[in-house]
Design a protein around this ligand. Structure first.
Ligand SMILES: [Zn+2]
Length: 168
């Protein structure tokens, strides 16, 4: 079972929790179900509620600091919508703009989605050295966007339109 997305009372994505935790929050009246898996119910002793896909906290939680979006190869591909940063075709790999062999980091600003061909062609060079300019600059997703990025594709596709747009 997929994790459940937790929204703040302000509808801003906050985190993901296990289904069990989500159900507990709903049963304790700390959250309401914003979207449920169609046709699925949680049934236990005295419990019968829809399986939540998205819940929203009833009380606004002040977030003292926003954790930065954790970097991941999958996240980079999703951020770049699986489009190669060098040619715009479908990307299946992640390229380090400054190669790791030259001290380039695993970071949002140093990685882009790339087709396997361009990744191979660029090899151990910077875009300038390889004569392969970036079609767009890499950027760091907001923590809220990153939260949505952690959901699977099918989960993101199923989100309400007003939420899914943030992760497009
Ligand atoms: Zn390419």
């Amino acid at each position: 079972m997929r994790d459940t997305l937790v929204l703040n009372a302000s509808f801003e994505p906050l985190s993901t929790v296990t289904l069990n935790r989500a159900v507990v929050l709903v049963l304790q009246d700390k959250a309401v179900v914003e979207q449920a898996h169609p046709g699925l119910r949680v049934r236990a002793a005295a419990v019968d509620i829809p399986v939540p896909r998205v819940i929203r906290l009833c009380r606004y939680v002040r977030v003292p600091f926003r954790r930065r979006a954790p970097w991941s190869r999958r996240g980079v591909l999703i951020r770049d919508q699986h489009r190669c940063a060098y040619c715009g075709r479908r990307a299946t790999t992640v390229d380090h703009v400054v190669p790791r062999s030259r001290g380039g980091a695993d970071s949002w600003l140093n990685t882009v989605a790339s087709c396997a061909e361009d990744n191979h062609r660029k090899a151990d060079r910077t875009p300038e050295q390889a004569g392969m300019p970036l079609l767009r600059e890499p950027f760091e997703p907001t923590p809220a966007d990153a939260m949505l990025l952690t959901l699977g594709q099918s989960e993101r596709d199923a989100l309400p339109g007003w939420l899914a747009r943030a992760a497009a």
